[in-house]
Ligand binder design. Structure first.
Ligand SMILES: NC(=O)c1ccc[n+]([C@@H]2O[C@H](COP(=O)([O-])OP(=O)(O)OC[C@H]3O[C@@H](n4cnc5c(N)ncnc54)[C@H](OP(=O)(O)O)[C@@H]3O)[C@@H](O)[C@H]2O)c1
Length: 255
């Protein structure tokens, strides 16, 4: 007879750092992990939002700019213990075809999504290993698994995040650290599409006619589920889309 499944791993007694916790998926994840009993540390640049949310959750808010080495050092110094790192800070900043590539936008996209993620992961890895049961979770994207026209700055960066997760998992094969990637499809958050298009109307058009895009809480639910599996269970990659998005280009729109 096989052994019964191990029980879920409670958040109680575990410290979780969530980057980009001032809005969208990061804020929802911080909220959900706090509800699961994690001691949550929220990191982002907009301290007003961060402080307000942290106060509501009984969590800590620390300024963090993942693109700035000094900011990461200062952050690290205030987080001596960490069991879970949720690398969520990121975004897309243009929708240009390659022929019209804005190189400054490419740099910005890679700075936050790829280099910022590497910088913070490298900084916190010794503490994650020392915890004896650590987790590095990457919020990737379906844009990291497929390509689409007009998306190259972002798809290239998120492909980078996907490769980063795969490589780190191989490198940590003999360490007590899980490496998890959650790759959402279309998620309706307040700022993501606005940052990408720079225009409210264009941002709204991304979701037009889609009855139920994912919301930040749906992704937070996946993140919390993956993090609370027994620690020998590593969810390598979880792809999650709204039912209306059968594939990147195949989206059911009504009306
Ligand atoms: N929405 C979607 O459709 C979707 C789909 C798949 C994957 N994703 C990914 O999910 C993650 C969250 O997206 P979202 O939709 O929640 O977007 P969002 O609301 O724009 O959140 C982005 C977060 O990243 C933070 N951030 C940006 N630059 C930062 C920096 N240099 N240092 C620290 N934090 C920084 C922002 O906070 P501050 O500005 O306060 O620093 C903000 O809290 C991103 O990695 C995104 O690529 C989103």
């Amino acid at each position: 007879m096989s052994a019964p499944p191990s029980p879920p791993l409670p958040g109680t007694g575990r410290t979780a750092v969530v980057t980009g916790a001032s809005s969208g998926i990061g804020a929802a994840t911080a909220t959900r992990l706090a509800a699961e009993g994690f001691d949550v540390v929220l990191g982002a640049r907009r301290m007003d939002r961060l402080t307000e949310l942290a106060a509501a959750l009984g969590a800590r808010a620390l300024r963090l700019d993942v693109t700035d080495a000094a900011s990461v050092d200062a952050f690290m110094a205030q987080v001596p213990r960490v069991d879970v790192l949720v690398n969520n800070a990121g975004g897309a900043f243009d929708a240009r075809p390659v022929a019209e590539a804005d190189l400054d936008s490419w740099v910005r996209t890679f700075e936050v999504n790829v280099l910022g993620t590497v910088r913070l992961t490298k900084a916190l890895l010794p503490a994650l290993i020392a915890s004896g049961a650590g987790d590095v979770l990457f919020v990737g994207s379906t844009a990291g698994l497929v390509s689409y026209e007009g998306g190259a700055s972002y798809t290239a960066a998120k492909h980078g995040v996907h490769t980063l997760a795969e490589t780190l998992r191989l490198e940590l094969f003999d360490q007590p650290v899980r490496v998890i990637e959650i790759a959402p499809g279309m998620v309706r958050t307040d700022e993501f599409a606005l940052n990408r298009t720079g225009d409210r109307e264009k941002a709204d058009a991304v979701y037009r006619g889609v009855r139920a895009p994912l919301v930040a809480e749906d992704v937070a639910d996946c993140i919390a589920w993956a993090l609370t599996r027994p620690h020998h269970v590593n969810v390598d990659l979880l792809v999650v889309r709204p039912r209306a998005q059968a594939a990147q280009h195949k989206v059911h729109r009504e009306g």
